[in-house]
Design a protein around this ligand. Sequence first.
Ligand SMILES: C[S@@+](CC[C@H](N)C(=O)[O-])C[C@H]1O[C@@H](n2cnc3c(N)ncnc32)[C@H](O)[C@@H]1O
Length: 292
Amino acid sequence: MVNYFDLTKTLKPQVCMTESFFSFSHSHVSSYQLLSARSKLYPLGIQGKRVLDLGCGSGRDCYIAAALVGTSGQVTGIDMTDDQLKVACENLPVYAQAIGYTPNVRFVTGYIEALAAAGIEKNSIDICISNCVINLSPDKKMVLEGVYEALVAGGELHFADVYASARLPESVRTHQVLFGECIGGALSTEDFLNITKRIGFTLPLKLQSSAVDINDPELLSLVGQTTFQSITYRLFKLPSITKSPINDRQRTATYNGGIVGCESDYTLDQVGKRLVFHVKGYLLESIRLLML
Ligand SMILES: C[S@@+](CC[C@H](N)C(=O)[O-])C[C@H]1O[C@@H](n2cnc3c(N)ncnc32)[C@H](O)[C@@H]1O
């Protein structure tokens, strides 16, 4: 397994980070920042849910999630780097003070390719989140299969990562700086869509997308015409739907208005076609669900 933190010593900052990522450190946390800066990247209405953060690093997203799931929910952060998890654990009091109660968070050492070995049981997670980690995995298919197994039916993978416009050649994939920049390990969007479809996820909905610029001329010459994007996707585990012979474009869905703050309608994605589910009064309106 590659040691990410050895590679980061050569990083040219900001190449893989986007505006959607945290711009503040643990020491600047306040409850306002906690809830506002990040919550748009989470599904709404996740109180009481069980969240898993893949490659949680020093735990910031876990604490945000913990604030959103509340005392009845639970958040697990998994990471292979003990030094990161040590920082995560040490910050518990800071977040407890910011949130106003001790967040229900646990951190486990492990590989995201081996969730079961790390104690993450099958069908035990409602929402899996991750920020800029899966591109670092040498076996992304194994990661995504493990996530599918860990999710309950109806659960979702809701994560940000870097994608390439085309499959990357060996010379880019094995380039240490590009790998450390979260670029060398990027899947092409096409490969990502194919892998997740084969596993059984629903078609990914795009929540957010922004260009990842490479400013270093030397690195730019290595990647050639290939462009990179940081994308936040949400994918659902809905076996009863994905195993059915009905075409995605022919599906209808009904939203029952149960998410707090979204009683009248709920927007599933925010990029491209808007999938808005409406509720009229107490009467439910079914609309055609046009998957991208
Ligand atoms: C770019 S950092 C992102 C950390 C965190 N998600 C964030 O947004 O701040 C990548 C993290 O993924 C972890 N990581 C990379 N590959 C991993 C793997 N195969 N299994 C578990 N953790 C991994 C690293 O230890 C590191 O903490």
